[in-house]
Design a protein around this ligand. Sequence first.
Ligand code: 4AD
Ligand code: MG
Length: 479
Amino acid sequence: MFNKRVKIKELLTWEPGNQEVTIMGWVRTFRNNQFIAVNDGSTNTNLQVLLELGKYDDDFLKRITTSAALKITGTVIPSPGKGQKLELKATSVEILGDSDPEKYPLQPKKHSLEFLREIAHLRFRTNTFGSVFRVRHALAYAIHKFFNDKGFLYLHTPIISASDAEGAGELFRVTTLPFENFPKNEDGTVNFKEDFFGRSTNLTVSGQLEGELAATAFSDIYTFGPTFRAENSNTARHLAEFWMIEPEMAFYDLEDNMNLAEEFIRYIIQHAMDHNREDLEFLAQRLEDEEKQLPQDKRSGMNLMDKLEFILKNSFERISYSEAIEILKESNHNKKKKFQFPISGWGMDLQSEHERYLVEKHFKKPVILNNYPKEIKAFYMRQNDDGKTVAAMDILVPGIGEIVGGSQREERLDKLEQRMKDMHIPEKDLWWYLDIRRYGTVPHSGFGLGFERMVQFVTGMTNIRDVIAFPRTPGNAEF
Ligand code: 4AD
Ligand code: MG
């Protein structure tokens, strides 16, 4: 058997007592032909490996370079060095993979995040990305645990879809039709009947509509999968391919929905605090160092750990859209014309600068904005009795803005049909969605959490491209 080894994270918890072990990993640094710092990705803490001087010839020692892959067997001894309890005294060192130091682009020094994005295939080997991706993993695990423990069913909704759930038209088309000489209808338009699925299809923007179908049988379901949006937004919060968690619950109104979302966010943050403290503390320090370079007014003013603790201890502010507009209109920021988009009044869509003003300057905590004007929200949201608003809710958090979007769904067939007509959404494409309102319709609600935005929030990474392994953004699909 080749792989009988101990992971470094596990080994570092041992009491040194001359135990013989084998470890494998990649060299971070090699000093004085004697000390190798090895990392295997299980933790940011490197294992110090001690080589006996004179035992290895020069040609061999020269091959121990940054990022070379090693298999080392040795004995675990107490470390005389500061800050480490133990080290490994090597008895045999095998080089599994060389790494040419003249060519390897990642030297043991600080690189900019922009540079690391260009070598995303190697950036996992840095401390920052080690921590980010371990935290991302932990959050994904916590999400499944949260819903599983609550009796929710994990539903896999399709990636290829014929509908536009959000009605925003930001679709990536899926087709096998040729680009030239494609089949045409008599009026010259593309004849999608000839296409692979016999109709026009796209990558899904949301699994919600299918989620609603399952929720009206299983009561509580959630999805957790990739979603795609062809919006041409080159921002630090938008991806063309991102992961979304979409719970959908029968017998839930908007308030139940908000309660669940708040509990959910707190639970997964708590999980990361409990299981990834070392990584989070590293990221907190990284953020603090990064913010030192910024002017005072651009700093978040709160350490990452304190910010996360704060979320755990304080409930989110809940206000209506109408109240938010009043606050924004009356703000000095607006009066001094500091918003790029001035507050024109009730009915306007909120820009991220407005959302961030509310959470960062006004309330200084997460805010759940609810009951938005129906004109600026999707067709499926439940219409309120005032005839003007829908039972929508968005959760906004400091540093990011919108992290969750959700609503109570319109369960009344006639109201839904009317709304679809008004918004020019063809009933014939969504007959199955309407059927749910025909057979045992119930009040139901759900929301979508943008996973990468959540990872950004927990890790303090300012650019969304740095919390997903291989980001897809306009003009960018490398790796
Ligand atoms: O607000 P959105 O568009 O809501 C929906 O898709 C609903 N179907 C959800 C539901 O009710 N089941 O998207 C939900 C969340 C946003 O709040 C945001 O966090 C994230 O998805 N999101 C994006 N994240 C990264 N890049 C993008 N382009 C995103 N678009 C939305
Ligand atoms: Mg939204």
